[in-house]
Every structure is written in structure tokens, then in C-alpha cells.
Design a protein around this ligand. Sequence first.
Ligand code: MN
Ligand code: MN
Ligand code: MN
Length: 279
Amino acid sequence: MIFDLHSHSSASDGMLSPLELVSRARAQGVDVLALTDHDTIAGLEQARVAANDCGLELINGIEFSCLWARQGVHIVGLNVDIDSEALQQAVGHQARVRAERAEQIAARLAKQGIEGTLEGARRLAGEGVVTRPHFARYLVEVGAVKSVNVAFKKYLGAGKAGDVKALWPSVEQVVEWITQAGGVAVLAHPDKYKMTRTKLRALLADFTAAGGQAVEVVSGKQQSAVTKELSRMVSAAGLAASCGSDFHVPNQPWQELGQFGGLTEACQPVWHLWGDERV
Ligand code: MN
Ligand code: MN
Ligand code: MN
């Protein structure tokens, strides 16, 4: 069984429509897919139709941006009730935060001499939510930088002019939204935060105290030493383990749908929490 519990569509910063994403997941041998777009559930309806058509099991998901110790972290909600009041409220809140943030990013980039980025990022986002990769793609489009990577390094990454994060909700708030929506809160890709192990343990403690239940022990293709160390930490903290590709774009083999190492036996799979006993 392949569970891929972290992926993105064009409803946020992914390149594929929800329909294309589901077909690609099926072709890659994924049995259970969670669509976890950034702060939106807008892609889930189309993904649900496509999944029913091809016999793929779809989990309703979302990836929330939040703040912990003044650092941006991501928390995935799995198996959330998309009609619940809590989730509707959460999505509304995040939409307002993202709109405000996009304006602030654009104002800061304008101070650096790059005009028109808000309109550009909005156009590239289409009907989806505006994210930093949309700003990055616009900067590439107008020739301000050579690549999306350089755009993050120069303008949008941590500590750069376009890094606006003060508006995000707390870890506690996000876990509460997910829990009230009947879902499981999963701390996403801990290795990406580049924290010391001591700091990560402190984050896990706060996350657990808030009601968080699982951690993404496997995020795309990663070194097995990372998987082993995270597995140990997560089991020791009494948390369940999740796995996913964090797929955004075709032709990025390190985050391809379904293509990652499995969970170690020491871990309790997150899907056991909602009564799916398969391994
Ligand atoms: Mn993304
Ligand atoms: Mn993320
Ligand atoms: Mn993601």
C-alpha cells in the first residue's frame, strides 16, 4: 500500500489541476492520496470526483501556515470535515492573512525597485491562493532573477525582504481548527526548518500539548539517516508518523507522488488514528 499524505494542486502553488494530480498519483501507484493545498480546500471537490472515477482513495487535507517561536512552520490537517464551521472559519482567516501578506510582499519588493508584483503573482495564481512561489515565478518572468530558487535566495526566503510571516496564526490556533474539524494535526516536514534537535524537541512538546497527534517522518526522497532519527524522536514523543511527497511540479524526482521510502516499523502510521489498520 502506498499512502501519499501531502500534495499540492493548482488550487495553491502546485502546477497540476486537482484532476491531473489524481491521475498522476494513480499512475505512480499511489493507493491513498491526501490533497493538502496551502490554506485552502478549494481543490478537494474536483479531486474527489477524479478519485472516484479512477478508484483512488482520497483523504481531505489542508496545509496550514503558522508561527512558532517567530519561525514559520507548517501543519497538515488530515481527514478534516470540509463542511465544518471550524474549517470554514480557518480557511476564511487564512485567506485574509494571505491577501494582506501578498500586499506587504509586493510593497517590499517595490521598495527594492520591482513594481507590479502583486498583479503578476495574482495572475499566475489564477483562481488559486497567492503564495510566495507565485511571486517567485513572476520575478523569473520579468527577468529580475534567473530561477525560482534564486528568487527565494534573493527576495523571498527566510530573512529576505519578501519574507512576511508575522501575520500567521499560532500552532495552538491551527491545531484547534483541525481538531474541531474532526481531523488529525500533523507537523509537516520537520527537517525543512533546519532547527537544532533541542529546538525541534521543544516544538514537538508544544505541538503535542496543543493536541497535535502526528509528525511527517518521511517527506519526499530523503536520506535514510534523517528518517531513522525522526522516527526515533517521534516515537519517543508518543506521536504517530505520516509520510508524503509534498508534490508540487512534475519533473522534480525528489518530490514525486508516491516515490519515497516507507515508514520504519518503530512508528505508528498516522492512518491507524482514523481506524485504517493497513500497513
Ligand atoms: Mn508549496
Ligand atoms: Mn510545507
Ligand atoms: Mn506542502
